[in-house]
Design a protein around this ligand. Sequence first.
Ligand code: ADP
Ligand code: MG
Length: 206
Amino acid sequence: MKTPLHERSLVLVKPDGVQRALVGDIISRFEKKGLKIVGMKMVWADAKLAEEHYDMPKEDKQALGERTIAAYEEKGKKIDKTPVEVAEDVQRRLIKYITTGPVVAMVIEGAHSIAHIRKIRGHTNPLAADVGTITADLTIDSYFISDPDERAIRNLVHASGSPEEAKREIDLWFKKDELHDYDLAIEKVLYSKDWEATRKDLVEGK
Ligand code: ADP
Ligand code: MG
């Protein structure tokens, strides 16, 4: 794998982040890191966009359902549904959450941006998140509170989990002419002009 100098990620400040006036705080964490915002807008997603955003292949649904059932069983709760049915329940909760109000959608670019952004966002479950991350610092939600209400855990930020996910999500949320090409000062400091040309053979981990 080539070093992904211009890797892109879709980041959403979810409706709870907008409601709680945390947009500035959240964006500034990514900016200060040295990542580049190449697209940004406020969107109130309709059901169609939300469904497409949380759409997943059948095998991912199966895996999500199995994970969720295992987590419930660990807490001593028996589930009488198939994994796919459980995953579809989870998807319905996610769609409801993401459409409750406007989100701030961004495409953020930089070397290893997906990994950096996931670290800054923190663990999905705020109770398990490391201090310094968004989910640890800015919310006290937990599965303990959200499960009985049958709602998605409110964790302020969505961030793409892989390059494939990022590509699919960016194409869904942004048109080509909404993404902008410009230079950030940090790029001049870190990368020489021919950085990519001279390091095409770079393999991660080598
Ligand atoms: P992540 O946001 O870390 O990529 P997932 O893609 O697995 O997490 O899930 C999408 C969103 O669904 C999470 O951000 C969270 O809001 C919610 N969520 C995930 N798992 C659960 C769960 N077991 N119970 C409630 N909400 C969940
Ligand atoms: Mg995810």
